[in-house]
Structures are given as structure tokens and as C-alpha cells.
Ligand binder design. Structure first.
Ligand SMILES: [Cu+2]
Length: 382
């Protein structure tokens, strides 16, 4: 049967096979391989990967070689009288011992590297990484700096309305910044479902699991911007929570930390300040005029059947929690988008403005929403 196959392998068929495989020969096979990364560990991982790959290739060639040779050399035509021996102890011992030795030979270097990777002792810098649906939060434990890192790709690119940019789905509004030459330890966890923090250039891929803290570490010597993504299917926007790490020199890092601390300070001042209702209303009015009038109209009446009136709306009158939630999350499937990109002060003041204007203050509970309420809303609910 096997030989029959060759009999029919005439020139025409050969040509067809060549035609089909030619594009494969052209393909850039090296682009399919694992990348080398830029840290010592990632290089070790790459070397291990190649070592084991070649061991597999050699075993594959030997085993399939023996198999195909046997099929070819011992057909019934060539060997009408089959051999009658059954076992061969020497051979059996050999094919037990040799694979065992091969496994040991692979396990020793692999374990050495794994032990290095799983070193969970404190780093010079320790960053808590928390996965959210669908963004990452980073807390620099020593410096009390903390921020969310959101996808920065324009939704028009995602919806194919404009051409896609160079770092399509690989760009964020705030990068994680780390210095060169320092051991950075990541403490990886999640707030809602399981995510996974993957940074191929550092050979880090660690599950982010609610209630657990997994660790990973790196020491990078080459400044640059490195990109990764969430690699645990975590819901609708799983493909929209990239990871971007910017590695800079120590002095640049210190400068960045300084700016971050200052920002936090300013925000804390604004959010902890005692706001009066009047201050919020007057700020809120300008926020409303910029962001809301297009739909809800200057007089808060909306447009019947399309945009609901905020005047007399039960949510605006009596439901502070839902009011905040609508502004922060938007309404799925409706023109009401999330305004969470506004500052805490802007969101609180625009809500207060709608609750205090157009006679709403007399009909409803008239409760004021202060920036602190928005900060509390954003804080992870544990
Ligand atoms: Cu995720």
C-alpha cells in the first residue's frame, strides 16, 4: 500500500504539492519562534526552549525514521515469512533508560532557571499589580504611587472607521515605569476574575487571581518601552487590557515618581477639600454645558423619546448611588457613555449640578455628591 502511494506520485501530483508548499517555504519561519526577550532570565528561557526543541527534533527524526524505514523495508512483498521472536530484553531496557536520561538532562537546566524565576524575595522596588475587568492597576508600595492603566487605542480604530495605528491595542494611557538595573518585584493579583500579566520581553507570565498574590520579578538593563497583554480570557474586553512597561534610567525614574507623588497630593487636596453645594453647582454647570447639553439639553428636559429628561428623573432626584454609577459606567447599548475619564471633581460637580437645578432640589432628596464619593466608588470594593 505504501509503495502504491509512490507509484501514483507522478509529476503532476508533485507539481501540485510544490505549488501548495511554496508559500510556506517563503514564510518567515523565525518570526514564529519564541522571542529572546531582553533580560538574563528571558535569554535563559529562550536557550532552554531551543535546547528542548532540538532534542525533540532529533527524537522525532530518529523515531519516525525507524518507523518509515521499517514500513519500507519489511513489506510483505520483501519479507513474505515474518520473524517469530517476541521480546528483546536488551532493547526494552535501553528504551526505558535512554528516555529517562534524556528527561533528567532536560529537567536539570530547566529547574535551575525555574528556581531563579520563582525567587520571591523583596525587590528594590515592589509593585502591586491588580487586574480589573478590563484594565490594570499599579501600586508602587514604597512610594505610595497608584494609578490605573487603560487601553488608549481610539474606538474608531477598533470599529474600523479609521486606519489602525502602529501600536493598535498595545497602547495605554499610563505606562508602568521602572528603572534600569534594579530588581523589581511584581505582586500580582486580581479584583474580579482571573487575569494574567504577560510581559514576553521579561519572560514573565503570571496568573492574577482574586484573593491570591503571585509574584514575579525582573531586572532590566536596556531602557525602552515593552508591551504585553492579559493572557487569561477574562470577559468581553479581554483583548483590550494591554500592558506597557517603560524602562528608564534611575534619575528619570526618580523624576517620574516625584511628579506622580505631586499629582496624588493635588488630587487629594481637591478631593478632601470641604466643598460647598454652591461651589459644586457652579463648577458643575460648566461641565454640564460641555458634556451633557447635546443630549439632555440646557434646560435638562432632554428630547422626548430619545434622551431622557433629567428634570424630575427618579435617578437624579432620589438615587445617588445609581446616579454615580450611570456617569461612571454609562448605559450599555444606549447613547449614554461612561464619563469616567473626567476627574472626580468634575463628575461630582456635574451630578450635584443636575440634582440642584431646574427645581430638582425641591422635588428630590437634594443630596450633594462630593468628589470623595467618586473616589470611594473607584476604590476597589473588597
Ligand atoms: Cu484580563
Amino acid at each position: 500500500m505504501f509503495l502504491n502511494f509512490f507509484k501514483y506520485l507522478n509529476k503532476k501530483i508533485l507539481f501540485v504539492i510544490l505549488f501548495i508548499t511554496a508559500p510556506l517555504i517563503n514564510a518567515d519561519w523565525f518570526a514564529l519562534n519564541m522571542t529572546r526577550g531582553i533580560t538574563d532570565i528571558s535569554n535563559e528561557v529562550f536557550e532552554l526552549h531551543m535546547l528542548i526543541f532540538w532534542i525533540c527534533v532529533v527524537i522525532g527524526v530518529l523515531v519516525f525514521g525507524v518507523m518509515f524505514y521499517s514500513m519500507y523495508a519489511h513489506t510483505r512483498e520483501k519479507n513474505p515469512v515474518p520473524a517469530t521472536f517476541d521480546d528483546n530484553h536488551k532493547l526494552e531496557i535501553a528504551w526505558t533508560i535512554i528516555p529517562f536520561l534524556i528527561l533528567i538532562a532536560m529537567a536539570v537546566p530547566a529547574s535551575k532557571t525555574l528556581i531563579k524565576m520563582y525567587d520571591d524575595t523583596a525587590g528594590d522596588i515592589n509593585i502591586q499589580v491588580t487586574g480589573y475587568q478590563w484594565k490594570w492597576q499599579y501600586r508602587y508600595l514604597e512610594d505610595d504611587v497608584s494609578f490605573f492603566s487603560n487601553l488608549a487605542t481610539d474606538w474608531d480604530e477598533i470599529n474600523n472607521l479609521v486606519p489602525k495605528g502602529e501600536n493598535y491595542l498595545q497602547e495605554v494611557d499610563e505606562m508602568v515605569v521602572i528603572p534600569t538595573g534594579k530588581k523589581v518585584r511584581f505582586l500580582i493579583t486580581a479584583n474580579d476574575v482571573i487575569h494574567s500579566w504577560w510581559m514576553p520581553a521579561f519572560a514573565i507570565k503570571q496568573d492574577a487571581i482574586p484573593g491570591f498574590v503571585n509574584t514575579a520579578w525582573t531586572k532590566v538593563d536596556v531602557p525602552g518601552i515593552y508591551r504585553g497583554k492579559c493572557t487569561e480570557l477574562c470577559g468581553k474586553n479581554h483583548g483590550f487590557m494591554p500592558i506597557v512597561v517603560k524602562v528608564v534610567e534611575q534619575n528619570e525614574y526618580e523624576e517620574w515618581v516625584g511628579i506622580k507623588k505631586e499629582e496624588a497630593q493635588k488630587l487629594a487636596e481637591l478631593t478632601t477639600k470641604e466643598w460647598t453645594a454652591e461651589e459644586l453647582v457652579s463648577r458643575g454647570q460648566s461641565v454640564y454645558e460641555v458634556n451633557c447639553v447635546a443630549c439632555h439639553q440646557t434646560n435638562g428636559q432632554g428630547i422626548a423619546g430619545i434622551f431622557p429628561a433629567l428634570v424630575g428623573s427618579d435617578i437624579v432626584l432620589n438615587n445617588k448611588e445609581r446616579n454615580i454609577e450611570i456617569l461612571m459606567e454609562g448605559v450599555q447599548g444606549a447613547a449614554m457613555n461612561s464619563f469616567s475619564y473626567l476627574s472626580e471633581v468634575e463628575i461630582a460637580s456635574v451630578i450635584t449640578y443636575t440634582r440642584q437645578s431646574w427645581g430638582n432640589d425641591e422635588k428630590g432628596d437634594g443630596e450633594v455628591v462630593v468628589p470623595k464619593d467618586i473616589v470611594d466608588y473607584k476604590e476597589p470594593k473588597i
